[in-house]
Design a protein around this ligand. Sequence first.
Ligand code: C5P
Length: 289
Amino acid sequence: MIVKEEAQAKLNLTLDVVGLLPNGYHEMLMVMQSISLCDEVTISTKPGDGKINVSTNRSYLPNNEKNLAYIAAKKYMERAEVTDMDVIISLYKRIPVCAGMGGGSSDAAAVLRAMNRLCGDALTVDELCELGADIGSDVPFCVRGGTVLAKGSGTEMEELTPMMDCGIVVLKPRFSVSTPKLFAELDRVKICARPDTEGVLRSLESGCLRELARRCFNIFETVLPQREADVVAGVKDDLISAGAIGACMTGTGSAVFGLFPTVEEAERAYGSLCKRYKECFLAVPTRAI
Ligand code: C5P
């Protein structure tokens, strides 16, 4: 048996940290959006005793139990009590790594969906999300995708009015910053700017892309080290100069996205920006799976 699943990237239209949770994790408030940029996950099975093999088209990624796709397959087999087959996972990666786009989380989520298909839908989508929360905070969102308000550690989700059609260009500068370091920096400093999450929810409901685009904001941008903050500011300027009506960093970076009123405008911007940025991607928002 072979099944294929798309593992779509995510963007944070907003990202706010609103408190500390008893387990030491941070309490998040984020508007998350899945986009068409995706990895391809292929899973085949054969009779066996539960071995998992992972291969990818990126030589620097782990092929062992450190890969979230491996962890997802293992957790699925434990939960669904699958003991009589080996699983061969092949990841064709397009989503940039260490970009804040949930690439690893989305691969894990796609593995959970694929395993569930292979096992006759043994688990419900809610159960897949529950399993995903044990793998990483973004995995439950990646199981469903669409437009979601994520709360708690990021795993509690409220479905929102789907994002309006638009074009998206994502640029990934070369640096990446450690996620725990950025959280620690947020704990240390006095926060002086936050996203207007309510305003973003209103913009989604009214379907006004311009209102949404100008409100996209990520609190992690305020605590980047100076050099990285300058790079992100430069990338945002480049996107706006190329016609974006709003630009924002996603997750803990370093990818920055720009929103364009139409796919054609995004394509034009992509045409010029991809000459200057090695990692440049074109996408559109996608709906829940
Ligand atoms: O859940 P995930 O593996 O993506 O989290 C990576 C790291 O980010 C955690 O080890 C933790 O330091 C931090 N984190 C947090 N609060 C959250 C999510 C992540 O402090 N809600």
